[in-house]
Ligand binder design. Structure first.
Ligand code: ADP
Length: 522
């Protein structure tokens, strides 16, 4: 599996959570899983436990080769992680860019990473049945496999699977960089990775991979529409036969109020007493008044990006605060949201606490201490925080899109079923309406407890999702194997044809020479 971020080593969002948990879930099903990621020196915890494995692995890059050192670590759960070290690319203060924008050389960084993944396998004499690449940063892996390495016997029985975690980030670059990929020039076409005259890593992966998945069934439908497809809807429609929606699971070893080491006290569905202690602890940590303990405490943990609905939150924030609630927001991301939220906290210091940082510990404290979790996303491929919230008895209010739609069944007072509140239209009024509905039930403690209990009993562990991935791997590999003899015989035919053509060309050339020579002779 190729990931650009893996928890706990380096993380900006849910991609890393998947990188840190899907491999071990597959391991439990009997797979031998190896994970490859860049060596971000400044992030990788336990660096001292990471051991050098290969020195100077040659990685082709443009017209030359740039050596990588490869480190590795065997995790307790049996998964092996390989780290590709090349400091000029990966020794940075952030993973992809600073709050001001992306790094100028992300094309080079992740072209190199993808190429290194393919150089590494033969380097280790490891022939995977499946290479599973994730998001645009590894998007060239399936393209290399199909268009550059595939014809090599070593790779004919390796299938490629590509997962779209977020179609809004596609890895788009100017066409002038194309030669650095080393891919054949015919692949820079409308059927290949060309997109409006430029390079598009995600498109390269979609057209090349043997199978494509995305992280929720709903999102797999949505991205085939112009509203959500970010320009790739047509390509996805054409490839829908190989597109599957598999919901992300969550790692309940890390996100479980019964065992969570970060929270003030542990609690469970059977004994919710500790949740109030966690709420008081969060109020203290967020420097909000203790008197809010009997009022609804709202939490949000998020990358601060357009996708996440902070403009909706800002639009209703004054009315929210008028309802005598507390609000704790933890996030980091784009400057303009930093400003928007700082302004909100400054206007309501007694009600709103904004923490502009990445803080795993505080994220757990918010999940445990809040009553309500806000996720009014414009779009959400899967979303993990709403699922964590369920396990912590923190009731989510979400926009019904993507994975939020698939995971948050709205509460129905008629049946007593449902785990949260949701709204359809991306409008402040709809969000407000969902909030008022939640508030209405918050004021009825018995009903509220019922909603919390419903959420706490929901099970989104990896087991079933990992099984779906395994079935997909097996099916894709079987198809690949069925095709392999045909591919091999086509290759043999084409080699034969080339030879024959070569021979007849030489014959033709000789004839031509004869013809050509004739006049000179004459
Ligand atoms: P996305 O992948 O779009 O960022 P997800 O909900 O799928 O959103 O996953 C986000 C993950 O990142 C969660 O594990 C969440 O707790 C974590 N996270 C996001 N922002 C922060 C932050 N500022 N501090 C700590 N954890 C964060």
């Amino acid at each position: 599996m190729a990931f650009s971020e893996v928890a706990p080593f380096a993380k900006t969002g849910g991609l890393a959570d998947v990188g840190g948990s899907l491999p071990s879930a597959l391991g439990q099903l009997g797979c031998d899983v190896r994970v490859v990621m860049p060596f971000y020196n400044r992030f990788i915890e336990k660096v001292e436990e990471v051991k050098l494995l290969l020195e100077n692995l040659p990685v082709p890059f443009g017209s030359h080769s740039l050596a990588a050192d490869v480190y590795h670590l065997s995790l307790n759960n049996g998964v092996v992680v390989y780290f590709i070290q090349r400091d000029e690319f990966f020794d940075r203060s952030h993973l992809y860019g600073t709050p001001k924008g992306d790094y100028f050389d992300n094309f080079q960084r992740f072209t190199y990473f993808s190429r290194a993944v393919l150089a590494l396998c033969p380097g280790l004499q490891f022939k995977p049945n499946v290479i599973h690449a994730h998001d645009w940063q590894s998007g060239l892996v399936p393209a290399y496999l199909r268009h550059l390495y595939g014809p090599n016997e070593y790779w004919t029985e390796t299938a490629s699977v590509f997962t779209i975690h977020n179609i809004a980030y596609q890895g788009q670059f100017s066409s002038g960089l194309y030669p650095l990929t080393g891919l054949p020039s015919r692949f820079f076409s409308m059927e290949g990775m060309e997109f409006w005259g430029g390079i598009n890593f995600m498109k390269a992966a979609i057209v090349s991979a043997d199978a494509i998945t995305t992280v929720s069934p709903r999102y797999s439908e949505e991205i085939q529409t112009s509203e959500y497809g970010q320009g790739l809807e047509g390509v996805l429609q054409e490839n829908r036969g190989k597109l599957h929606g598999i919901l992300n699971g969550v790692d309940y070893d890390r996100w479980n109020p019964e065992t969570d080491p970060y929270i003030a006290t542990n609690y469970s569905r059977q004994d919710l007493g500790g949740k109030r202690v966690c709420k008081l602890d969060l109020l203290q940590e967020a420097q909000l008044p203790e008197s809010l303990v009997d009022r609804p405490l709202l939490g949000a943990i998020s990358r601060l990006a357009d996708q996440k609905g902070f403009d909706l939150l800002a639009a209703v924030s004054d009315e929210l605060v008028d309802q005598d609630i507390g609000l704790v927001i933890l996030g980091v991301g784009e400057d303009r949201y930093h400003r928007l939220l700082t302004d909100l906290a400054e206007r309501h210091p007694e009600k709103v606490s904004v923490q502009l940082k990445f803080d795993e510990r505080l994220a757990h404290k918010i999940e445990a201490g809040a009553d309500i979790f806000l996720m009014p996303s414009r779009y959400e491929p899967c979303g993990l925080n709403q699922i964590y919230s369920l396990r912590y008895g923190t009731v989510p209010i979400v926009r019904a899109t993507g994975g939020l739609y698939d995971t948050i069944k709205p509460f129905s007072p008629a049946t007593g079923e449902g785990v949260g509140f949701s709204f359809d239209r991306y409008e402040a009024d709809s969000f407000w309406h969902a909030f008022m509905e939640a508030l209405h039930f918050f004021e009825q403690p018995e009903t509220w407890q019922q909603i919390m209990q419903n959420g706490m009993s929901a099970d989104f562990s990896w087991q079933s999702s990992a099984r779906q991935y395994l079935e997909l791997y097996e099916k894709t590999l079987a198809e690949k194997r069925r095709a392999a003899p045909r591919v091999r015989s086509e290759q043999a035919d084409s080699r034969q044809k080339k030879k024959t053509e070569g021979r007849s060309k030489r014959t033709d050339d000789r004839r031509q020479n004869k013809v050509d020579r004739k006049p000179s002779k004459n």
